[in-house]
Design a protein around this ligand. Structure first.
Ligand code: TMP
Length: 402
């Protein structure tokens, strides 16, 4: 196929079969849902990892269930990240900020005291309405050149454009970056945070692959996308959030900005990870986790013990559907998101219950499908007085934590 960043040809890295879109929770166990192929491919020209088949945004965002969870892990990330942005002067008291894919506005709420103005833009109606009701002005739309133009006409240029974990959700980074180019002030910055391909590959995170994640960005692929749209990468921020993330900082290329040494440093390491042989290892890790997790679940059930999954995550749905686990082996899925509770996971048809129910009637094992909040969830469980349930942590290597 063809690389959607640089137009060169790609080759297949991993085929996870056909699955339902990962955030399409079912209202009833009888609901029928269509499956779509989930195939990861690589472009050796610009080091882009992408999904071969992209779904229409309509199929993905019509009924959107991802609401940023209340989490200490996220709160401390926001503080850490904001300190970086302030220290580097990518944000200051004069900044007008637009956040793309702002969800219910948690991050904007966090930076509000430090900047001049904030606006969010998010395509999901239920989510944008919630953000507005919480006092964060949020436009309900997909970010595009047209949307950027409208924002610019109404509010003026943005000094800082922030896009956290949403760039990979668009089939064309060029459309997004054209919008950025148009909206960003002449001396402004765009900060794009995304799961980092290096962490995905090194951590065997095959569950990062789902239909919303159309790209698995690297420094090389993002630099290419930026360059093709008159922008240039100048700085990076690496963090552990969401299984390992990178924030790309870019500005207008015509400013001829200084590129900080951190870019070259991380780039040289990245080149040792995004290689044909490591991509092959990543693909083999998928078969390994499939065999090992199925065997573990079978043993646990043979002992007459129970398993719930913890976290109705998009990642978890890739994992369960790829492994072939369903409501015959996993009794319930526990999740703190109110609008997910009472629904069923797409594919595996496991019923979602709230955390209180899960803790009042705990299983012998929790399969930690929200493994990116591992320490927080385990501490929370122990603090509630549950010392009996063990946790099955699937990544980076399958292990049981007691
Ligand atoms: P995410 O990894 O895409 O942010 O999704 C995390 C999911 O896990 C989300 O549906 C909320 C859920 N969750 C809990 O149920 N309890 C928790 O303590 C945390 C942090 C998340």
């Amino acid at each position: 196929m063809t690389c959607r960043i640089c137009n060169n040809s790609t080759y297949m890295v991993l085929d996870l079969g056909s699955t339902p879109p990962a955030n399409s929770f079912l209202s009833s166990i009888e609901d029928k849902i269509e499956n779509f192929p989930l195939v990861l491919e690589y472009c050796s020209s610009c080091s882009n990892l992408q999904l071969r088949d992209c779904l229409d945004s309509d199929k993905l965002y019509k009924n959107y269930y991802y609401v940023t969870p209340k989490s200490q892990t996220l709160d401390s990330h926001y503080s850490f990240f904001t300190n970086f942005l302030l220290a580097k002067n990518y944000l200051n008291s004069e900044s007008s900020v637009v956040e793309v894919g702002s969800n219910i506005g948690d991050f904007l709420q966090h930076i509000k005291p430090y900047v001049r103005s904030i606006i969010g833009i998010d395509p999901a109606e239920n989510i944008a309405a919630k953000a507005n009701s919480l006092g964060i002005e949020t436009i309900c739309d997909f970010f595009s050149t047209a949307a950027a133009d409208n924002i610019k006409k109404k509010y003026g240029s943005a000094d800082t454009i922030i896009a956290r974990h949403c760039f990979a959700h668009n089939a064309s980074p060029h459309d997004l970056l054209q919008g950025v180019k148009l909206l960003m002030a002449p001396d402004g910055h765009v900060i794009i945070e995304n799961a980092y391909a290096v962490n995905t590959i090194e951590g065997n995170e095959i569950d990062q692959i789902y239909h919303e994640h159309m790209f698995y960005y690297s420094i090389q692929s993002m630099s290419k996308a930026l360059e093709l749209n008159g922008l240039v990468l100048v700085d990076l921020f690496i963090s552990q959030v969401h299984g390992g993330s990178i924030s790309f900082v870019a500005t207008h290329a015509e400013n001829n900005p200084t590129v900080l040494d951190s870019v070259a440093d991380y780039l040289s390491y990245e080149k040792t990870v995004l290689t044909k042989s490591k991509l092959l290892d990543f693909a083999s890790s998928a078969s390994k986790i499939k065999i090992e997790l199925n065997a573990l679940v079978k043993n646990i059930l043979n002992e007459g013990k129970t398993i719930y999954s913890y976290g109705a995550t998009a990642k978890g749905n890739t994992l369960l559907n790829f492994i072939g686990l369903n409501n015959e082996s996993i009794t319930y899925c526990v999740d703190s998101t109110e609008i997910k509770q009472g629904k069923f996971l797409p594919g595996s048809k496991i019923k979602i219950i709230n955390e209180e129910e899960g803790l009042n009637n705990p299983p012998d094992y929790f399969l930690l499908t929200a493994w990116n909040y591992r320490d927080e969830i385990i501490s929370k469980t122990r603090e509630s007085g549950n010392y009996s349930s063990a946790f099955i942590v699937p990544f980076p290597e399958l292990k049981i934590m007691r």
